[in-house]
Write a protein that binds this ligand. Sequence first.
Ligand code: UGB
Length: 595
Amino acid sequence: ASILTGAGRGRAFDELNDAAAQRLLEEQKHVFADWSTVKQCLENGTTLQGRDRDILDALVELDARLDLTAYTATAKRLLKDATNKVNPLEGWTPSVPQGDLLEAHSEQWRAMERIGLREVGKCAFVLVAGGLGERLGYDGIKVSLPTESTTGTCYLELYIKTILAFERRSGNTLPLCLMLSKDTEAATRALLKEHNNFGMRADQISFVVQAGVPALSDAEARFVLENNEILCKPHGHGDVHSLLAQSGLPKKWLARGLKRVFFFQDTNAFALRTLLPALGSAASRNLDVCSTCVERRAGEAMGALCLLKKGTSSLLKNVEYNQLEPLLLSTTGKGDVDTPSPYPGNTNQLIISLSGEHGYVATLERTGGNVPEFVNPKFNANRTFKKPARLECMMQDYPQLLQGGSVGFVTLTRNAVREYAPVKNSPESAIDKVKQGLDAHCASSGEADFYALHGDFLRCGRDVVIGGKDSPVLYRGLSVEMPPRIVLSPSFALIEDDIVKAVKGVTVHKGGTLIVEGEGSVELEDVIVEEGSALRISTVRGVELRVLGLNVANDGYRIEAPGVTKAEVIRGFRIVRRDETHLRFEEPGSYAVAP
Ligand code: UGB
């Protein structure tokens, strides 16, 4: 409860935990219109009325949720360091950590996928989706954006369909928890309701909702009053651990026999595919925490995993992208300048074991899941704040709560395309990133990466030929070379072995489209999609389809100028179906299609 409870309601201060309560209010007296009246009421226990009473009530409510005394004490300490340019990693020396490295199409990758596919039936899923897409220049919820424009499947649908495919392969019900915020909760719940949870049972999905924390106007941790309200700001994705601790969900998952929790983010369409090899690697090494990494580029807006040493202590820690440069400069003499970086890049896809002394349940019990906080104030020349700051925390700092245990990572690489294509940047900022030699990571490049990955996945089959990319086209000023548009549903294939079994002789020419959607099992033999043509195969659960020779030539799907929807505007194009050969099977049974 709040140490301020009762304040202003006619209970004198001496009944409260008065020293701390008084100090707290004294420090924040600037938010009241008439502090002397407030102080008088508190001292002689008369009831406070009017606007100042509303503000006092807001402080009581905030304090009940997050202990304002602790919040402001931490804030003052961190803000003082930030103002004096103290490096939070002072005294720590970084070195390159050792972990697993898996390359797509290799036997080791396939071996890890097989283990991952076995282990995924004991996995809970946590999607952190409380962030708004400021950098994306999109004001809706990011999970409602299409992962690609050919089928228009949005991120949330793709994630749920993939989890349901994991369920069918493992025969186990797998829970999904979404972390939302006041910015994203209503729209996300509405999206699920509108689509009947994309096929998931209602009792399979749970929610935890972030609340904001007080914004701070200066190094004294003074709160900010905006429109008569205490201004609050997001506290960061690290909230997920304390919210899960409060929810009791991890304990329930463990009791149900689940073994791990997979944390992933809103707009990396590959997240649940890369889970399988990473899970295999984590399980083989029996890690308490395993971070899924990709090769990092110098200056990329992604954290880097470093082995930090100070005296006798060492820890494997994600050093966030804004801290890496100063850390490397001060310890190695050169900054974050190597591409590829020797330090693995954090994709914020975390695999955390539930059980054991260093497991998630025990750690949350012991710590409440309160991961270390940080501040990132933007200063004016005179070191005052450009805009209010606040305490933040990151989900990937969870390992710092451990007292022992095994923390590791696995780096996933793929020659054809990076195993990671988050859609984070607006087209304008993507152009800047490309000028810096970095990935665009915007909607149009993310879509091209999606097709490239699925084409490369299909290449695991025998005699597969994927046509060349379209010549570069400027979409919203960004040059994109669109590969043949291949969209393979999670049910069609989850691991490379599935493709080896199901695909014998497939050619998709330049500008062609191949869609395999639905939940049936499909085998493709001697299929040719001519240039610019489209083949769409739709099945339902219980359909067994073998396509034994098919040559498709039609007007296919065309990339055209965008319409007015935000999803089309942020990518700078839309895809229109002119014509297609559509094999559609809606009755369970075995079918074959032959010339
Ligand atoms: N998110 C929340 O759910 N709540 C919040 O309060 C904030 C965010 P951003 P960021 O993918 O390469 C992260 O803003 O934080 C969700 C890692 O820190 O997209 O700048 C939000 O909805 C970084 O190390 O990314 O960078 C989204 O799903 C690297 O891994 C997710 O948290 C980087 O992601 C990430 O939020 C990356």
